[in-house]
Write a protein that binds this ligand. Structure first.
Ligand SMILES: NC(=O)C1=CN([C@@H]2O[C@H](COP(=O)(O)OP(=O)(O)OC[C@H]3O[C@@H](n4cnc5c(N)ncnc54)[C@H](OP(=O)(O)O)[C@@H]3O)[C@@H](O)[C@H]2O)[C@@H](O)CC1
Ligand SMILES: Nc1ncnc2c1ncn2[C@@H]1O[C@H](COP(=O)(O)OP(=O)(O)O)[C@@H](O)[C@H]1O
Length: 607
C-alpha cells in the first residue's frame, strides 16, 4: 500500500515521466552503444540499491524503537539479516550482487534461488561475456551478466539454497532463514507471462514469510509479477512490496491498475542520464535520430500535484464563472430512476465554483433536487425544445448521468448532443451518455462522425470506467484492463476528444496543440469505489471547464481528476495535513461526502 498522500504535495511535487519496458531496454542499449559496460551498470545498480536498503533498514529500526516509546535508537543484538530471492534474468543478477555488497557490509545474507539447476552453481572454467540472458542468440557457453554476478556472490561465500529443494520438504518454513529484510529479485521488466510452478510458489512464499516475520519487502526495479508496461498482475501472483527500488526510469506499470497495490513506496535510482543518452545516440546515428528521440518520449506523465489557482477577481459576478447545464436524472416508467446521479453531478459542479447551474432531469426529481441544491434551476428533461433553448444559453453541457438507456433516452441524447454541437458548446459525456455513444457507433450513426470532427476544434470530454470503455471499443473488460494505456488511446482515435479512463491510477488523455498528452493521476483511494463517485467526477470536470477565469491547466481534465482524488484522500485521512479536518474512512465513504471535501481541496489550492 502506498504511503499516505501528503496534502502539501497538492502544489509542490513535479510531474514524473513514465516509460514502458521497451523504452527502458532501449535506454540501456543507447548507453552501451556509447561504450559503457553492461556489467558495470549492473554493479552500479546493485551498489546504489545496497545503500538504499541500508538506509531503509535504519529508518525502519529507528521508527520501530520510537513507536515502542523508547525514544532510543539501539541496534539489535543479532546481525542484520537479509533474504534475497533471485531469478535467472538480470534482475536476479542485481540480487546476487546486492547479496555480495550486503555481506561485505556485515549483513548475514541468504540467497534463495528460483529456476536454477545444481549445474548453475558450478562456476569454474566458464568463458565470460557481457551478453544478457535476453540475447536469445547468444552462445550458450558464454556467461551472462547475471552469471557473473552469481560468480561474484559465490566467490565471496554468500550462502544460498534452491527454493525447489526446500518446497519439497515438510519443514520448508524452518529451513528459511528468518530475516529483517526480504529482497525480491525474481523478475524485473523482462516478465512477460504469468508466473507458474516454482515461480508462482516462490512469490506466494515470499509474501507469506514477509508477512509472518513482519519484515520489510523490497523489490528490485519492479515487484515480480507486475508487468512494467501495463500495471497488470496475472492471477494476483505478485510480490507485495513495501518499497520498490526503481532503476533507470520510472515504469508506467507502477502507477496504474494493480501497480498501486503492489509497489509500495517508490525510490528512483536513475543510473543513466537517459535524455543525454538519447541525444548522443541520435547525433552519432543521424539516420536513427528521429526514432531515438521518439523512443525516449515518456508514454505518460505521472501527476501527484494539482495546479494552484488564483483568487477570484473582486469585480466579478456569477456570469463570470460559467452556466452549467446538467442533462440526466431520468425515470423510466416502472423504475425508481436515477435522479441522484444528476443531483450529485450538479452539486459537484457548484462545489468547484461554477457560477450558475440548470439541471434538466425528470420532473419526479425536481423536488428532491431543490431540497439538496436550492441554487439550481430546473427543467423537464423531456421538454426537448425547452432544453435545446437552454443549451443555447449554457456555457457547457454535461450529459448522461442517470439519463437512462432506453430508446427515448437515446433520442434525447442525440437531440441534445446535436444541439450542443450546433451551438458550439463544450460537452462532457458520462455514464448512460457513453452507453448511447457506443450503440450509435455500432449502428454507424452520423453523430459519431459529427462529434469526432467537432472535437478537433471544440472541447468534448468523455469519462468512462473500464466497463464503459469496453463497450465503446467493443472489447472485453479484461482486454481494456490488460492495457489501459492502449485502451484510452483507442478511445480517442475512434471518437476524438479528451478522455478520462477512470479507476485506480486514472488515465487522462488530453489533446494539446494537436498532440496527445497522457497523464496518470496518483491520487484517490479504494474508498471511492462506490456508486455515484463517477457522477461527482463528471461534475468536478464540468465545473472546472465552466470557469473561464482559471488558467488552462487549472481547468483541465487532469486537474479535475486530481481534485476529485485529493478530496477522496482527505476524507479517508490518507492525506496528512494539519488542515485535514474531515474524516470518514474508506468503508462507508459516500459520493455525497465528497462535496465538502472538494470545497476544502479547492480552498487549499488558492495562492
Ligand atoms: N541490462 C543491464 O545491464 C541492466 C539490467 N538491470 C536489471 O535487469 C532487469 C531486466 O533483466 P532481464 O531482461 O534479464 O529480465 P528479468 O525480468 O530479470 O528476467 C526475465 C526473464 O525471465 C523469463 N521470464 C519472463 N516471464 C517469466 C515467467 N512468468 N516465468 C518464468 N520465466 C519468465 C524470460 O526468459 P524466457 O524464459 O522467456 O527465456 C526473461 O528473459 C531489470 O529489471 C533490472 O533489474 C539492471 O541491473 C541495470 C543494468
Ligand atoms: N481504487 C480506486 N482508487 C482511486 N480512485 C478510484 C478507485 N475506485 C474508484 N475510484 C474513482 O471513483 C470514481 C468512480 O467512478 P464510476 O465507476 O463511474 O462510479 P459511478 O458510475 O458509480 O458514479 C472514478 O473517478 C474512479 O477513478
Amino acid at each position: 500500500m502506498r504511503n499516505n498522500t501528503n496534502l502539501s504535495s497538492i502544489k509542490n511535487t513535479k510531474p514524473i515521466a513514465l516509460y514502458n519496458s521497451e523504452q527502458v531496454y532501449a535506454m540501456e542499449q543507447a548507453w552501451f552503444a556509447e561504450g559503457y559496460d553492461s556489467f558495470g551498470l549492473m554493479k552500479q545498480a546493485a551498489w546504489q540499491m545496497t545503500q538504499q536498503i541500508e538506509q531503509i533498514y535504519e529508518r525502519k529500526t529507528v521508527s520501530t524503537s520510537h513507536s515502542a516509546n523508547t525514544n532510543v535508537y539501539h541496534r539489535s543484538a543479532h546481525p542484520r539479516r537479509a533474504s534475497i530471492w533471485v531469478g535467472k534474468g538480470n534482475n536476479g543478477g542485481d540480487g546476487w550482487l546486492i547479496a555480495h555488497y550486503l555481506q561485505q557490509a556485515g549483513w548475514q545474507v541468504e540467497v534463495m534461488t528460483v529456476g536454477f539447476s545444481e549445474n548453475d552453481f558450478d562456476i569454474h572454467d566458464q568463458p565470460v561475456t557481457s551478453k544478457t540472458p535476453r540475447d536469445k542468440d547468444s552462445d550458450s557457453r558464454n556467461i551472462t551478466d547475471a552469471t557473473k554476478a552469481l560468480q561474484i556472490a559465490l566467490a565471496s561465500s554468500c550462502h544460498y539454497q534452491r527454493f525447489e529443494d526446500i518446497i519439497s520438504h515438510d519443514d520448508a518454513g524452518k529451513r528459511n532463514l528468518p530475516a529483517d529484510i526480504y529482497i525480491d529479485a525474481l523478475f524485473g521488466i523482462g516478465l512477460d507471462r504469468a508466473p507458474e510452478g516454482a515461480y508462482k510458489a516462490a512469490i506466494n512464499a515470499f509474501n507469506n514469510v514477509t508477512q509472518q516475520n513482519n519484515a520489510l519487502a523490497i523489490a528490485v526495479d519492479i515487484p515480480s509479477g507486475l508487468v512494467a508496461s501495463t500495471g497488470e498482475v496475472f492471477e494476483r501472483i505478485a510480490i507485495q512490496a513495501d518499497v520498490t527500488l526503481c532503476l533507470i526510469a520510472r515504469k508506467f506499470g507502477l502507477h496504474t491498475k494493480d501497480g498501486t497495490d503492489y509497489s509500495g513506496d517508490i525510490v528512483d535510482i536513475p543510473l543513466i542520464p537517459h535524455q543525454e543518452a538519447c541525444q548522443q545516440t541520435a547525433s552519432h546515428h543521424m539516420v536513427a535520430q528521429k526514432n531515438a528521440s521518439q523512443a525516449f518520449e515518456p508514454v505518460a506523465t505521472l501527476l501527484t500535484a494539482a495546479h494552484s489557482m488564483k483568487p477570484r477577481r473582486q469585480n466579478s459576478y456569477k456570469g463570470s464563472y460559467g452556466h452549467v447545464l446538467v442533462i440526466g436524472g431520468n425515470r423510466v416508467d416502472g423504475s425508481q430512476g436515477m435522479g441522484g446521479a444528476a443531483i450529485l453531478s450538479a452539486a459537484s459542479t457548484m462545489a468547484t465554483g461554477a457560477g450558475k447551474i440548470t439541471v434538466a432531469c425528470h420532473e419526479a426529481f425536481h423536488g428532491s433536487l431543490l431540497t439538496s441544491l436550492p441554487d439550481a434551476m430546473t427543467i423537464n428533461l423531456h421538454d426537448i425544445s425547452g432544453v435545446k433553448g437552454l443549451i443555447k444559453q449554457a456555457s457547457i453541457v454535461a450529459i448522461g448521468m442517470g439519463l437512462g438507456r432506453d430508446e427515448k433516452a437515446k433520442t434525447l441524447f442525440i437531440n441534445y448532443v446535436q444541439a450542443a454541437i450546433e451551438n458550439e458548446k463544450s460537452i462532457v459525456i458520462d455514464a448512460d451518455g457513453l452507453y448511447h455513444l457506443a450503440s450509435l457507433h455500432m449502428g454507424n450513426h452520423e453523430l459519431i462522425t459529427e462529434l469526432r470532427e467537432y472535437s478537433a476544434n471544440h472541447q468534448v470530454c468523455l469519462t468512462p470506467h473500464s466497463g464503459e470503455a469496453a463497450r465503446l471499443l467493443d472489447q472485453k473488460i479484461s482486454e481494456i484492463e490488460s492495457n489501459r494505456l492502449q485502451a484510452v488511446k483507442q478511445c480517442a482515435a475512434t471518437y476524438g476528444g479528451d478522455w478520462i479512463l477512470k479507476g485506480a491510477g486514472s488515465l487522462v488523455l488530453e489533446q494539446e496543440e494537436g498532440k496527445e498528452q497522457i497523464y496518470v493521476c496518483d491520487v484517490g483511494n479504494a474508498g471511492m469505489a462506490t456508486a455515484g463517485m463517477g457522477d461527482v467526477l463528471s461534475g468536478v470536470t464540468t465545473g472546472l471547464l465552466a470557469q473561464q477565469d482559471l488558467s488552462a491547466e487549472a481547468r483541465s481534465l487532469h486537474q479535475a481528476v486530481l481534485i476529485h482524488g485529493f478530496a477522496g484522500d482527505v476524507l479517508v485521512n490518507q492525506a496528512n495535513s494539519d488542515t485535514n479536518t474531515l474524516l470518514v474512512g474508506q468503508r462507508g465513504l459516500q459520493a455525497q461526502d465528497m462535496l465538502a471535501a472538494i470545497r476544502h481541496v479547492m480552498q487549499l489550492m488558492i495562492v
